[in-house]
Design a protein around this ligand. Sequence first.
Ligand code: DC
Length: 213
Amino acid sequence: MNRVIAIDGPAGAGKSTVAKILARRLGLRYLDTGAMYRAVALLATRAGLQPEDGAEAARLAEQAEITFGHGDPQPVLVNGEDITSLIRTPEISELASALSAHSALRQVLVARQKELIQTGDWILEGRDTTTVVAPHATVKVFLTASLEERAKRRSLELGREDVSELTRMISERDHRDYTREDSPLTMSPDAHRLETFGLSAEEVANRIAALLP
Ligand code: DC
């Protein structure tokens, strides 16, 4: 069986940083499932879609080829175009979160993600990887950190000083991610909860590595 590590948790909990460290250290391929929702949000913006246009967004997703390159940040390509930096804006974060509530879109992306992780050893992260995409993962982790801590980290990452605005945005996104009907962010009963307060990314990675059989 493939070796798969699945990490879920709210925005800003440090999932990507930790997943990249473990991917490098353990020789796993890295799947950033959120980047796929972001890629569709970019296509939706270009097509003039609104947050409620789930069916159209699903159609765009079906037609789009979303691929990942190698590097840090990991290059994200849609139909061959490098969109890595274009999908990290606050507007795309908002739209990706809103569109991800539509089941039609989730079905398309989840099917692709499930297919991808059949093909080797992977570490994947997102909101439903431990519950829906990889329920049989070798190790499942739910990363947490307080809202204040996550906003502080985002502010450092993005080089922005408006921590209170970032706090408001993350809190709105949390609300949407936790309350949507289809696959809301929840902790799988067999996932290990890991509070990251006061831990470096390396320390979090060490703790997850220690969970591997
Ligand atoms: O992880 P991220 O912040 O890049 O994800 C962007 C949005 O995509 C997030 O607010 C919710 C959605 N998402 C999702 O619904 N399911 C996933 N597995 C990953 C992301």
